[in-house]
Design a protein around this ligand. Structure first.
Ligand code: FVH
Length: 275
């Protein structure tokens, strides 16, 4: 197969779809856009994009279509009416969803003769196209190899396997890490604020350097069995977490904000109980 992917269509002009289209236009790609509701394409059209009046028109215009909608249900709702026109097209879905949704979507579309890649965006709209942004893809490696250079301006393309579910798997798991970190940092500043500490000083002089020191240890030491290495002394960690939870309660921080600490405490107690 020697399809040349020179013209890219984007379905979905939410914050992320607009950022993806903008990055592709900035790199000189030919871009056609479509959105369910009107009024979101103006700036992109001013920058050279074409606006399609229907999903079918958008898919037909592009050599490759990137789908960036709210969720799996909206992707299916959008593609179902044009299913018979999708045979022989190339679709890349970067809409967030579960692993099983991604596998089912791949099976459904490949069953209708679509060349399909699943994606997971490791960027926020304002970082799309910057050096730190990357996008996970899973599905056929040969298709990824052809598509990656074309979509590169959206974010560094990174293939994670033939299984269509893997982009979603790594995306969701990475988001779990991010939300865990966010829960910890939100709780940290709430505690400092509640006890009258200086937030700017705390963030700059304590939290950031501490987390920079701990990030590699935390990531490299992460363990799927939820066991705790002996050198971490789980009994000591459990006492420390109990103290931290007590300090949080004394300061009047809502218990819901300390849920991540309860999870860590559960893990330490389990390690102690398991010897
Ligand atoms: N924005 C972010 O920070 C994150 C970063 C990581 C990846 N996510 C995922 O990207 C998908 C799109 O996110 P978004 O930020 O563009 O989201 P919205 O701005 O809310 O835009 C949603 C678009 O989806 C369209 N849409 C919703 N429901 C339907 C439907 N039933 N049929 C057709 N289109 C639908 C919506 O259209 P409209 O409301 O303007 O008519 C927007 O185009 C998402 O999976 C994130 O998890 C972003």
């Amino acid at each position: 197969m020697n399809t040349r992917y020179e013209h890219i269509s984007i379905l979905g002009l939410g914050a992320m779809g607009r950022a993806l289209a903008d990055a592709l236009l900035g790199a000189g790609r030919e871009v056609t856009v479509w959105n369910r509701s009107a009024g979101k394409a103006g700036e992109l059209v001013a920058r050279g994009a074409k606006e399609a009046s229907s999903v079918g028109e958008a898919v037909a215009a592009g050599d490759l279509t990137v789908i960036c909608l709210l969720d799996d249900a909206s992707v299916r709702e959008t593609l179902t009416p044009v299913l018979s026109d999708l045979t022989g097209t190339t679709l890349v879905n970067v809409t967030s969803g579960s692993v099983r949704q991604a596998r089912a979507l791949a099976g459904w579309l490949e069953g209708h003769g679509v060349r399909f890649l699943a994606g997971g965006i490791m960027a926020v709209p304002q970082s799309v196209g910057t050096p730190g942004a990357f996008i996970l893809y899973s599905g056929p490696r040969d298709l990824f190899d052809r598509v990656a250079p074309v979509l590169g301006p959206m974010g560094r393309a990174h293939w994670v396997g033939e299984d269509a579910g893997f982009a979603a798997l790594y995306d969701m798991a990475a988001l779990s890490g991010m939300y865990g970190m966010g829960a910890g940092t939100d709780h940290a500043v709430t505690l400092v604020h509640a006890e009258g500490g200086d937030l700017e000083t705390f963030k700059r002089e304590v939290l950031r350097p501490w987390l920079e020191q701990m990030l590699p240890i935390s990531v490299d030491g992460a363990d799927a069995s939820a066991s705790v290495p002996d050198e971490y002394n789980p009994a000591m960690q459990a006492v420390g977490l109990e103290n931290l939870l007590a300090a949080s309660g004394e300061a009047g921080v809502p218990a819901e904000l300390a849920g991540h600490l309860s999870a860590s405490l559960w893990r330490m107690r389990r390690a102690v109980a398991n010897g």
